[in-house]
Each structure stands twice: as C-alpha cells, then as structure tokens.
Design a protein around this ligand. Sequence first.
Ligand code: KG4
Length: 338
Amino acid sequence: MSVIILGIESSCDDTSAAVIKNDTILSNVIAGQKVHEEYGGVVPELASRAHQQNIIPVVDKALKDAGVRPGELDAVAFTRGPGLLGSLLVGTSFAKGMALSLGLPLIETDHLHAHVLASFIQEPGERKDVPSFPFLCLLVSGGNSQIIEVRSPLEMEIIGQTIDDAAGEAFDKCAKIMGLPYPGGPLIDKLAQEGDSKAFAFSKPRIEGFDYSFSGLKTSFLYFLRDRIKEDPDFIDKHKEDLCASLQRTIVEVLMDKLIKAAKNRGIREISLAGGVSANSGLREAVQAAGRKYKWKTYIPKLSYTTDNAAMIAMVGYHKFLKGEFASQDAAPYARQA
Ligand code: KG4
C-alpha cells in the first residue's frame, strides 16, 4: 500500500510544506523569514504575517515539485505545537481548510516528535540505515534540549531536558553578547574552526540526572567578558575565534556528558541527533567520537531535515496514518509541550 501525505509546518519562522510517499520524501519546500534579522530574534507578530503570505505558494510548490495532485493525497498533517501560537494558527487553519475541502483525514503532529523521526526520512532511489528501536535521540534546537528514549515511531519518553535555556539559545545569547548577528549559532561554529578550544574555561552546570541547564554558562560568559573588557576594550575583537571555540567546546561537552550517561544508564547504543544545533560541527564530531569509543551506531539527519521542515511532519503523519490516529477539526494549537 502506498500512502501520500502532505505535511505543513509553521511553528516558528519557517513556512514549510512537504509531500511524502510512505517514508520517501517527494518534496520539501521551506520559506525562511529574513524580516527578523534586524531585531536579533524572531518577532512573533511578523512571523505570523509572513506565514500568511507564504503558506499558499509554499504548499502549491510542494505539490508541484512532488508531481502530486491534491486529489492524490491520503491525508494532511500539520504541526499543532509547541511553538508560537500566531504562527501555528496559520498552518493549523490552512491544514484544516485543505483537509475539509478535499475530504481528507487530518493528522496533528507534535513538532518535537517530528524532529525525532527526521532520521527515518528516505530519499527517492536510496535506502539509508535508520535507527533500530529503542534508540536515544539528542534533540537540540533553539527552543529545546532533550534526551529522548524512542521505543517505536509513536512511543517516546523524554528522559532529560533543559531546565532553563536550550543549547541553541546558549549559542545565540552568547553570540549576542559578543556583538554577533542573530542567529549566532552557525557563526560561532564557523569562527570556532579558527580558534583554540582550550584558550578559555567557562563554568559548567552541576545538575543531577539527565537534565540540562545553560543559563549559568551564559552568565559566566557574560561576567568573564565584562571583566576582560575592563582591562582591554578590544578583547572580544582580538580573541573572537578562541572565545567561540572555547564556548562551543563547553556547550558540546555539557551535551555529551549527559548523553553518554543516559546511554550507559539505559544500555542503549543506537544514538541519533535532531534539531538545528545538530548542524554544529563540534557536536557532530563529538557524537561520532563517542560512537567509536562506546560502540554506538550514530544517525545524523541531512541538514535540511534537522532545522525546521515539513518533511519530518509528513513522516509523523505517515506513521499516524498507518495507526488511524486522526485529528478533529476543532484541534487548537498549543504553545508548550504538555
Ligand atoms: O531547530 P531550529 O532550526 O529551530 C528552532 O528551534 O528555533 O534551531 C535553530 C537553532 C538556533 O539557535 C541556531 O543558532 C542553532 O540552531 N544552530 C546552530 C548551528 N546551526 C544552527 N548552533 C550551533 N552551531 C550551528 N552550526
């Protein structure tokens, strides 16, 4: 049986639509929003308006790229949350209207659940290795840092998560402190390649269990720079690369310490990465190095499936379709994970 699902994602500042046939992606269209750059972060009101402008052209392009007519779809899947409410409302309302007009089942998906299933997306004409269950997923993005034990495509347990800032936020906030533009994560990664990761030391959180905390690191970074700038106003400019490399090493070590601990505790050696921060070169190298050391099998999705995208939403849609898990027309978006 082949199942064709349209996925729609609008939880933050990317409007995306994708078409999947079973687990194989046929199209994945993403419209980013440049309008937020000058504000140093996503402005919710502007994000909603941009989604409103983008949603129809993006869905239209996703269907055309896939060579699929609306009448050939089996269901419409959408992101119900978590995310910005105004943004979610655009995708949710559009998905409902489309499903209703075509007489198709509607499928709601959780954005974080979808990030986890990104490792299962296949490209046409190739079969790549996918994680076997149970596996651990380190989900690191601008809004979340979680370690998730995944027992089946629709069954997962969060075993650790950040109690304050997410890893991506730590990158972005520290970048802002250094005067770098938003989002700072990719820029820190780039500058870190030229720097000495042992040049500076920043304090790491001491938290029990598998939870994370990044707000202390941000404060430690801020105070460190404030003191150094008093002695030398050009300190940041002179040491930008070393600062980035040292900061990145610290964030990656914090992420890896808990991941290694969780893998040992659960006796799991299948490990995947998900979320925007999994683009980070230091994190990718660290996961692969830990994989060699602890005999893990590691799975890192393609970059376009780690940042926000609708392919992963359609992937959850496929699994829910197989189980007959459909949403009702009165499903309202939620800003936070329950
Ligand atoms: O999953 P994502 O696209 O969306 C949100 O959750 O918002 O993640 C975006 C986050 C941002 O914080 C960005 O700075 C971070 O991922 N990021 C990176 C890198 N690429 C994106 N952080 C560190 N290194 C990177 N190469």
